[in-house]
Design a binder for this molecule. Sequence first.
Ligand code: ADP
Ligand code: ADP
Length: 229
Amino acid sequence: ALAFTGQDLTKIYRTGETEVAALRGVDMSIVAGEMLVLLGPSGSGKSTFLNITGGLDRPTSGKLFYRDLELTALSERELTRFRRRHVGFIFQFYNLIPSLTAEENVRLVTDIAEASMSPAEALALVGLEDRAAHFPAQLSGGEQQRVAVARAIAKQPAVLLCDEPTGALDSATGVRVLEAIEQVHRALGTTVVIITHNAGIAAMAHRVFHFRDGDIVRIEVNQSPVEPG
Ligand code: ADP
Ligand code: ADP
């Protein structure tokens, strides 16, 4: 089954006189339950693609579907509802609230989401059950990012979108974060899309979309994705 389908997705950014084509007629599909990596040079359109897929941004033209639902036909309010229900985001910087413990940071999401696991369950999935009462400043960068993973998946989103999730971490720490994402992917069957500059992460993926100049120029299919570590 397909999670997302995109047809002729174009994104033009206009700033004053200048126009930048961030996406140039991208056709794509994302398979439900796959782990997909987006690779390509800086400025090739990966973040734009990820943000449009997750409903954080809209294409200038083209159609985007989540299953049978045409996201490009939704109102702002409907798109926000789609995002809240179905999409988890992880960015390079974890953006935890410093005055709240790990558990309280996750609880912010579980309190408002409809289908959710408990904060304790989410923290256990990323291997942080013994850090629930810690504040962000008492956690390492990698642990903070794993709290961010727990927060993103506690509402059991259909898809987890990660924009350079290990970009601010050293390799050993980054591996632990990837293991946490992989664990979530396995345990919950979550579709995962990861932007990375790290070739090691690409080896974990079912497929790799290679971006260049606003388009997907090659799709690599990985017969035997390796486990992180
Ligand atoms: P990547 O994630 O591969 O680095 P991006 O999707 O961030 O690529 O950017 C694609 C192109 O769009 C780049 O040329 C970038 O400068 C431009 N771009 C991205 N976001 C904006 C924006 N908000 N306003 C103007 N230009 C943008
Ligand atoms: P890890 O933390 O697991 O080593 P990273 O993605 O942080 O994974 O680093 C892998 C390599 O990619 C490093 O050589 C790093 O310098 C490079 N890299 C990471 N993020 C960026 C970025 N935003 N732009 C360019 N290179 C990057």
